[in-house]
Design a protein around this ligand. Structure first.
Ligand SMILES: *[C@@H]1O[C@H](CO)[C@@H](O)[C@H](O)[C@H]1NC(C)=O
Length: 391
């Protein structure tokens, strides 16, 4: 009896040992394989930020097959490519002139131009025209700063389906560069080192093609390009020779306000400033959404404000685009800042995050450098600040 009991007991003990071993094995398996998943589910915030789980945004209209095929501009079309000139010497009563591709000798003699000053060429976006508001406002802003202003009139080439319009850009760039190079050769004083271009949206890509062609013609780079949420659709996946790039000019600044939608996320400039993370902007109307178009054009109001408040938009450097998107650059070491606008330190290259308020004039000054003032988080917190709510 005793023996048999002992005999019976043995396998039970072995079984228990095996069970123990198995449990141990399963536990270690849990730690190695399952625990990270459970951890991510429990801490839902981390799961949300795990890009391997949510995937990466491909971006709106990233590829446009066929839009890199060649295009030829007819003689008649070139008559419609024009530069409107508002020189620093313009007096009231002067009727502003537009010069087309074949009128460069006349443009060289425009009496309002003061070539001892800086000159800026502004290009607005898709479906726009230099006689409309955006160009007029930029003309006014830069004239206040003492600049000569050129406005590119390419409206005949941008009033079609967007993907076909993007196909026109290299040709627009080539011929506009020929016009500028013609000025250079006339020795009237046009100096590419005193010349800047500012482009809004589609204009932000157009200035790149002008700069590339001007460089090819003259061997000289233009001094500065400022791209205001330059178009990402149809350009997003192109290489640097087929879209805006820092190699286009001595200094290229990019300001992003809708980088996965109508703008571009690649940090293509020397200084790349992402407003409130660059993905979406805040609305002027409380928590109401500021979606793609709203976020995209917000860059214009911010640049307008930055031209008048040159010390007030202070951006913080980030190590990665992810940190900029996540508004998580406050603790970066070393803590490096730069100014949005004409007082930017052109030697401090990289990715920058800039917090703004909801309303004009948007800047936050030094306040914007502290995490506790991060505006989106604070807005959301304010809507739920009561401890207990009775509904
Ligand atoms: C500049 O363009 C005009 C036409 O607009 C042309 O007559 C002239 O030859 C050009 N000059 C140069 C140096 O290319």
């Amino acid at each position: 009896m005793k023996k048999s009991a002992h005999y019976l007991k043995l396998p039970t003990k072995n079984k228990r040992n095996r069970k123990k071993k198995l449990r141990k094995k399963m536990l270690s398996m849990f730690y190695f394989i399952l625990a990270p998943i459970v951890f991510n589910i429990v801490t839902a915030r981390n799961l949300q930020h795990l890009r391997s789980v949510t995937g990466y945004a491909y971006g709106y209209l990233s590829d446009c097959p066929g839009n890199e095929n060649p295009i030829i501009m007819s003689e008649d079309s070139l008559r419609k490519l024009r530069i409107k000139v508002i020189g620093a010497k313009m007096t009231s009563g002067w009727i502003k002139k537009k010069y087309n591709y074949y009128q460069m000798n006349e443009m060289g003699n425009d009496p309002t131009m003061d070539y001892s000053r800086k000159t800026v060429l502004f290009i607005s976006g898709y479906f726009d025209n230099p006689d409309f508001a955006a160009s007029r406002i930029m003309e006014y802003s830069y004239r206040l700063l003492g600049y000569n202003v050129f406005l590119l009139d390419m409206h005949k080439f941008v009033e079609h389906d967007y993907p076909s319009v993007t196909r026109n850009l290299p040709a627009i760039g080539k011929h506009t560069a020929e016009m500028l190079y013609n000025l250079t050769q006339q020795n009237v004083g046009f100096d590419p080192k005193k010349f800047e271009m500012v482009g809004l949206s589609l204009g932000g890509e157009t200035i790149s093609f002008i700069a590339k062609s001007y460089k090819a013609l003259s061997g000289v780079k233009i001094s500065r390009l400022t791209a205001l949420d330059p178009s990402g659709p149809c350009f997003r996946n192109r290489g640097p020779d087929r879209r805006l790039d820092k190699s286009d000019a001595d200094y290229v600044e990019v300001i992003g306000t809708n980088i996965d939608g109508l703008g571009i996320a690649t940090p293509v400039g020397h200084v790349n400033i992402y407003i409130n993370g660059g993905e979406y902007q805040m609305s002027d109307i409380y928590w109401m959404p500021c979606e793609m178009f709203c976020s995209h054009i917000k860059v214009f109001e911010i640049w307008f404000s930055a031209l008048r408040n040159q010390d007030s938009f202070i951006a913080i450097q980030c190590d990665t685009m992810q940190q900029a998107r996540d508004k998580d650059c406050y603790d970066r070491k070393p803590f490096v800042t730069n100014l949005l606008g004409l007082k930017v330190d052109k030697t401090k290259h990289g990715i920058f995050y800039l917090a703004t308020t909801y309303n004009y004039p948007y800047y936050m000054g030094e306040k914007g450098l502290k995490r506790e003032n991060e505006p989106v988080h604070n807005l959301l917190k304010a809507t739920n600040k009561a401890d207990i709510v009775v509904v």
